[in-house]
Design a protein around this ligand. Sequence first.
Ligand code: 5GP
Length: 179
Amino acid sequence: MMSDDVKEVLISEEEIVERCRELGAQISEDYADKDLVIVGLLKGSVPFMAELMKNISIDCEVEFMAVASYSGTESQGDVRILKDLDRSIQGEDVLIVEDIVDTGKTLLKVKELLYSKGARSVKVVSLLDKPSRRIVDIQAEYVGFTVEDKFVIGFGLDFNQKYRNLPYVGVLKEEFYEG
Ligand code: 5GP
């Protein structure tokens, strides 16, 4: 079973659900007089986006984008658009929904890209933050949980495209990395 591959559960489903309530309430308050468009980065943000948006009580639009680093397993800092936005965000207040901020390179590029498309403001909500790994100076305005420098899986986060459907955030057993 998939869950047999998990060494430890770091953040339970209940904790994520509760944190999404708080984040949704805060975002609803902060964006009450703005034109909010939430932009999920595929595929990792999907479960977080679903949980978070239920708790946003103001009018907002929902968009998705898919980006990829150019090469290698580490983020390279230059992103390729696999799926672009379906509509203009000119003059809108964009909130990027991300699974984890690691080096920060992906987010920096996506933020620049969304500003170049005419967004009035671009902020970030991330389920997880791994500040110890940061290379570029970027910080998500809203963070669900801060995690140590461990490779995490579940609640959208994958290892070789697996484990995204786990309903919690966990750490994979070492034997699976060594493959
Ligand atoms: P960054 O550009 O911030 O280095 O990369 C962010 C992306 O790297 C995340 O959206 C995620 O896809 C991937 N990533 C970074 N850390 C982890 C991790 O601990 N686990 C998983 N599964 N993906 C990660």
